[in-house]
Design a protein. Sequence first.
Length: 392
Amino acid sequence: MTSATPVETPQEDTAFVQFWNDVLAPKFIRFKHVLVDGLTLHSEEIFPSLPVRPGDAVLDVGCGFGDTAIKLAGMAGPTGRVVGIDCCDAFLDYAREDAASKGVGNIEFVRGDAEVALPTNEFNFVFARFGTMFFTNPVAAMRNMRTALKPGGRMVHIVWRNREDNPWLSEAKEVVSRFLPPPGEDALTCGPGPFSMANQEMVTAMMRSAGYEEIEFRRVDAEVVVGKDVQDAISFQLALGPAGEVFREAGEEAERKRDEIEAAIDEHADRPAFLFEGESLSYREFDARANAVAHWATTQGLKPGDCVALILENSPDYPAIWFGLSKVGVIAALVNTSLEGDGLAHCVGLVNAKAIIAGGVQAARAAQIAPALSNDLALWDFDGEAGEDFVA
């Protein structure tokens, strides 16, 4: 494969790029199932009409997890090539791994900032899905995208329309804003935001300023999937997007009001979520337990990507712990409660668990194998007899 001209990068990341890498990327990874699987139907709608031919050189700007770049690589074929560019290291790691696992060889992922520089006069087609809305200087970035094109090349970017057409993203902010103040002028943000290119006349003027001609717009209506269930969707809204920005900037006040805010978003909060051995647990009560676990996990120093082994009998606490850990990006490994000895040690070691949460006889079994796994492996149980008392 012919490599692209190296992308110019600044000596140091801008504060904006640092914010994406340090704050937003972990949240995007946590909700990758929404951002990749749930929001792809818009691009799927237009992909058949994209002007990509076998042998073309294609640039995917703001390629994220690489799913669109990989699809473009299939359209360009083995004689073509695709370069995916993004400013987030973690996204590029996922993209490279995905491309390698699928055996896609005509693709390269590079770290860069489209607002700074792109290769010039190299590509037949430039693409961006839900990325150009976040440029702090969209005209400069789109000008770089234009100069990356060969003469006669085309550029297509997908952006969200106005708030009224996207209530799935805008209404959550309206609810959150009833409880929390708006972000201050010095707030760290993802950029202008998802609706910054909703005005067709404004975007036309931007693109003309960037040197584009024959500018056309196409309306695309498609379903979006914003969570595995209602609670997952609520968690997504409070982590990312307009509502997530208000929630994040409010800091401790937002966390104190989390239960109240989530209840306002979820109109079914007081309906039964679990019926177990005569006990009824509402969605609100379940989420409160999960929030307590999430808070506990952060106080214990657990970080996104860490794994905790759960060895518990059935009860409403089991899914509450599982879900609470997931709220802060901690992976729950669900271990068979019949395991003990070497079999248990093998399973816990296999997932590289940082901690074990167990109860009853399972806690005693875990206590027996924990020292052999790691001196740093923590054990918590519900009664505190076999390990540290789990109180969340």
